[in-house]
Design a protein around this ligand. Structure first.
Ligand code: ITT
Ligand code: CA
Length: 491
């Protein structure tokens, strides 16, 4: 006799089918509902109008989450052809024109449908600071010209402005620590050292600095629920181009027809016009009277004398605070690791000296061997390097070591705390990212509430529960399971 299979009752079949459909639906909904949306990005553009050149940076971040740290990244940069905007003081419209190629480039890089919602900022630094000191009407005209040009772009132009030295230093610090993911995690922060063409910035958090001594050097932030009391200072005229002017001014005070410069290679020989050298507010008040039109700039290649000349542009005589760096500027005790970027990196990278585990004495020795190398040999060795840069690496390297050790008081022990860097996780180190994060309110003061579970955790838990429910369902139908009855034996 054929035994009836209990699974084949209409009730069990219906329950099983409904159960399976429900489980499939549950898993599908859980997966689909929580699937990350296909990445859509928002964009922001910042133009860094530096003293030596202008650069455009494009940043992007996932459209659905604006304020999660570490999510904003640089996708592209464009170097504007020609000099910095402050060099167009006598023909301001050219400053506006000069930006057009990079704006065209940005139009191709940012998806067209995002153009009108993409903020575009221009921040100018020390070159324009100097021009505004020298000729404020010319600096206003340059700003007007760049504004007119940028207003014509399809992006949402938010204005062109002069950053204060304090902002420049503080935003550089924000960039470095944001990219290193140190802010959200409340980790010890990294100091920022920026060496530009016309100014240089130092910014760091020090336990023995609460901002009360020299308040003008203090910037306070509340970021992701943590309070930071940042020390920052910008030295106008101590970027590497203006510092070179300071040393040349030092050597030409008597109005000579030639100078033998220890910071340039033996055999180096260039004619310099006095009026060009002294055409900067950093040195203009020291122009020697009755000097000839030009002088011959000859190289000597003497490292220890070069150190002395460079040292002489720093003033260590007065300090009305508990401690100073130089020129009577307060500086608390150095603390923590430091990231040194811009010209710090360009120069030390060229000189193969970015490895700060090399003892400072060895670094000095290598630099002095380099400085003593004849100019002809240097040119032969580096046929592809821009001559202006090539001629100046000996001076620049000496200036960097002097600024760090004599100026900021780094020692042989603390020198290894410095890292010479260009980029962090693909984004350039510099003030621009910090500036944009601040203006778009992308770093919240308080720590954002994070979801209890990440997406993958959520999907895994739903899947596990579903499988358990399924097993439970199967077991609850146990009374209907086929019995293991013995087959009737056929004898
Ligand atoms: O911050 P400010 O002072 O406004 O100046 P900047 O923004 O124009 O200054 P940069 O950091 O772009 O450059 C600093 C200096 O380094 C120079 N520089 C740029 N690239 C270089 C390279 O590859 N080698 C040597 N020097 C370089 C440049 O001409 C400047 O004198
Ligand atoms: Ca700069």
């Amino acid at each position: 006799m054929k035994e009836k299979n209990p699974w084949h009752t209409p009730v069990t079949i219906i329950i099983t089918v409904i159960g399976v459909i429900a489980i499939v639906a549950l898993v599908t909904v859980a997966v689909l509902q929580n699937r990350p949306l296909t990445q859509k990005y928002k964009y922001g553009i910042v133009l860094d109008a530096g003293s030596s050149h202008t650069a455009l940076y494009i940043y992007q971040w996932p459209a659905e989450k604006d304020n999660n740290t570490g999510r904003v990244e640089q996708t592209h940069s464009c170097k504007v052809k020609g000099p910095g905007i402050s060099s167009y003081a006598s023909e301001p419209w050219k400053a506006g024109e000069s930006l057009k190629d990079c704006i065209e480039d940005a139009k191709r890089r940012v998806p067209e449908k995002r153009h009108d919602e993409t903020p575009l900022y221009l921040g100018a630094t020390a070159g324009m600071r100097l021009l505004s000191i020298e000729d404020s009407s010319a600096s206003n005209k340059v700003f007007q010209a760049v504004e007119q040009s940028l207003q014509k772009s399809p992006f949402s132009f938010q204005g062109a402005r002069l950053l204060s030295g304090q902002e420049e230093g503080a935003f550089g610090w924000v960039t470095v620590n944001y990219l290193d993911d140190r802010l959200k995690q409340g980790l010890e922060t990294t100091g920022a050292l920026d060496l530009g063409g016309a100014s240089t910035q130092i910014s760091f958090v020090s336990n023995n600095y609460d901002g009360s001594e020299s308040p003008k050097n203090s910037v306070t932030f509340r970021l992701y629920g943590n309070d930071y009391n940042l020390y920052t200072n910008s030295f106008l005229c101590y970027g590497k181009d203006q510092a070179l002017r300071l040393t040349l001014a030092q050597q030409t005070q008597s109005g000579p027809r030639s100078i033998l410069d220890p910071c340039f290679h033996p055999g180096y020989n260039e004619t310099v016009t006095y009026s060009d050298l002294y055409d900067s507010p950093c040195v203009s008040d020291r122009k020697p009277q009755g000097a000839p039109v030009t002088f011959t700039h000859l190289g000597q290649g003497n490292s220890s004398q070069c150190q002395d000349v460079v040292k002489s542009i720093f003033n260590f005589t007065h300090c009305r605070y508990t401690q100073c760096s130089f020129n009577g500027v307060f500086q608390p005790l150095l603390q923590g690791p430091f990231g040194a970027f811009s010209a710090y990196y360009f120069v030390m990278n060229f000189l193969n000296l970015t490895d700060t585990s090399i003892p400072l004495e060895v670094v000095r020795k290598r630099l002095s061997i380099y400085c003593e190398t004849p100019w002809d040999q240097i040119k032969q060795r580096h046929p592809d390097v821009k001559l202006k840069y090539l001629a100046e690496y000996c001076f620049s390297g000496t200036y960097i070591l002097t600024l760090l050790t004599k100026g900021y008081n780094f020692t042989s022990e603390s020198y290894p705390n410095i890292k010479f860097i260009k980029k962090i996780k693909g984004s350039d180190a510099g003030w621009t990212l910090g500036y944009m994060l601040n203006l778009t309110n992308m770093i919240p003061a308080e720590a954002p509430d994070s979801p209890l579970l990440p997406h993958s955790g959520y999907v895994s838990i739903v899947t596990v529960i579903t499988v358990l429910l399924f097993v439970l369902l199967i077991f609850s139908l146990r009374p209907f399971w086929p019995r293991c009855s013995k087959q009737p034996q056929i004898i």
